[in-house]
Design a protein around this ligand. Structure first.
Ligand code: GDP
Ligand code: GDP
Length: 436
């Protein structure tokens, strides 16, 4: 499980600037998914081979001091509950403010490491003078950085990661892990309970889960499956229960640990922007995905309703055309029994391996049907392809000149691979390499 670093601080101290710097240090480029609109409240970073998630708790632009304080309380609580390390960001140019003092008091309650970061320190001649007053906050040594100019960020990352224990070698858990995600009230707990129903075997903590998530185990055709219970992660506190942010964060944590994701929608409401964000994360993370339209009992139906809705869903979620859709009612139990079979199927697709011979046959055929793109008289030449990994299936295409490859031609190749091999419920990745 990737550790979570939360950035807390007043408006304009530089939270989003620092956020961008921290997630900018990632080794691999996660491509932007067209059609996914999302604000950047979380991102993945990597430093010296260690991966982490960063969340920017900054919300709306508050105007008055009490709005700021209310927002800050929310930020602090979220960070205290969810993060492994809290970065408390203050503004070295403005100096210490009364809001900073109040936030520091909130953070004193955290039983987590808090790193006090003084931003906007570009000049080291007077660094002591600019950071000295922040000792008053009682959070230890202030850490000077300039987020904008990327100064001291590497040292800061070293410090942050020193607070996080090195990945404990987890006991390998061979069981398939299923995350049930979605907005509040779409029916996640109802479905979880249905799936567990009579089949509930044990409720236990899976090794390696440091947080208090309780996983459940369900037996299906003599196999055990782990259901990651995000509904159970619900807190007593109602402060941010309905805040969109929180459900995205919960989804993020569950998705990270899962193999297959059940994305739950409320069929009576259709696909919302927030749904797109949540499921967009599962897509980016390359998980097996099943789209579950719940509350089907509430929908007025005729013989065409299902087809119409399938089309609507894929129109809204163009990047998920590979994911199967199932219409259920967690309330009545309709079609709930199909779900675990679908999970098994998608999981097999997600870890499917294609032999190099077969793969290259399909690619050659595709190339013969539609020639690769050219630029200034030069044509893209695909020498050969090979599958390098699974979950999701990932292929390297060795070519003469990678920059001759077009997005549309990659799409075309992907479609051909899907026609030949299926890959239902999983994204596939095509990496283009020059062969030198
Ligand atoms: P947020 O509201 O806390 O997310 O703050 P932003 O990241 O939006 O930054 C607020 C303002 O501070 C912007 O105008 C930034 O350009 C500026 N800023 C951020 N980091 C630095 C820094 O390291 N040095 C200076 N001088 N300005 C900065
Ligand atoms: P969660 O917040 O996503 O875990 O949602 P819950 O499982 O708590 O369900 C929220 C509400 O929707 C509850 O009142 C459920 O009884 C109701 N609900 C869940 N599934 C269905 C369904 O398939 N049909 C109908 N009509 N109501 C449902």
């Amino acid at each position: 499980m990737k550790p979570i670093i939360a950035i807390v601080g007043r408006p304009n101290v530089g939270k989003s600037t620092l956020f961008n710097k921290l997630v900018g240090y990632r080794a691999s480029i996660v491509e932007d998914t067209p059609g996914v609109t999302r604000d950047r409240l979380y991102g993945e970073g990597e430093w010296l081979g260690r991966k982490f998630n960063v969340i920017d708790t900054g919300g709306i632009e508050p105007v008055t001091e009490d709005v700021i304080l209310r927002d800050m309380r929310w930020q602090a609580e979220l960070a205290i509950d969810e993060a492994d390390v809290i970065l408390f960001l203050v503004d070295g140019r403005e100096g210490l403010t009364s809001v900073d003092i109040e936030v520091a008091q909130m953070l004193h309650k955290a039983k987590k490491p808090v790193v006090l970061v003084v931003n906007k320190i570009e000049n080291y001649d007077d660094v002591e003078m600019k950071t000295f007053e922040f000792y008053e906050l009682g959070l230890g040594d202030p850490y000077p950085v300039s987020a904008e100019h990327g100064m001291q960020i590497g040292d800061l990352l070293d410090t942050i990661l020193s607070y996080i224990p090195e990945e404990v070698v987890e006991e390998e858990d061979e069981r398939l892990k299923i995350a049930i995600i979605g907005r509040p009230n779409v029916g996640k707990s109802s479905l979880t309970n249905r799936l567990l129903g009579e089949k509930r075997v044990i409720v236990s903590n899976i090794p390696g889960t440091t947080r208090d998530a309780i996983d459940s185990i369900v037996k299906h055709n003599d196999q055990e499956y782990v259901i990651i219970d995000t509904a159970g992660m619900r807190r007593k506190k109602k402060v941010y229960e309905n805040v969109e942010y929180y459900s995205v964060l919960r989804a993020l944590r569950a998705v990270d640990r899962s193999d297959v994701v059940l994305m739950i929608f409320d069929a009576s409401e259709g696909v919302t922007e927030q749904d797109k964000k949540i499921v967009g994360y599962a897509h980016d993370a390359g998980k097996g995905i099943i789209l579950v339209m719940n509350k089907w009992d509430l929908v007025d139906k005729d013989s065409k309703t299902m087809q119409v809705m399938i089309k609507e869903v894929y129109d809204e979620l163009k990047f998920l055309s590979y994911a199967p859709i199932v219409f259920i009612s967690a309330l009545t139990g309709q079609r709930v029994h199909e779900i675990l079979d679908m999970v098994v199927f998608v999981s097999e697709e997600h870890s499917k391996r294609i032999t190099t011979g077969l793969l290259n046959e399909v690619i050659e055929e595709a190339v013969q049907m539609t020639a690769p793109p050219t630029d200034k008289g030069k044509r893209l030449n695909i020498f050969y392809a090979t599958q390098v990994s699974v979950k999701p299936p990932t292929f390297i295409l060795f070519v003469n000149e990678p920059k001759l490859m077009h997005f549309s031609y990659l799409r075309y190749l992907e479609n051909n691979l899907r026609e030949a091999f299926g890959f239902n419920g999983t994204s596939i990745k095509l990496i283009v390499r020059g062969r030198d």
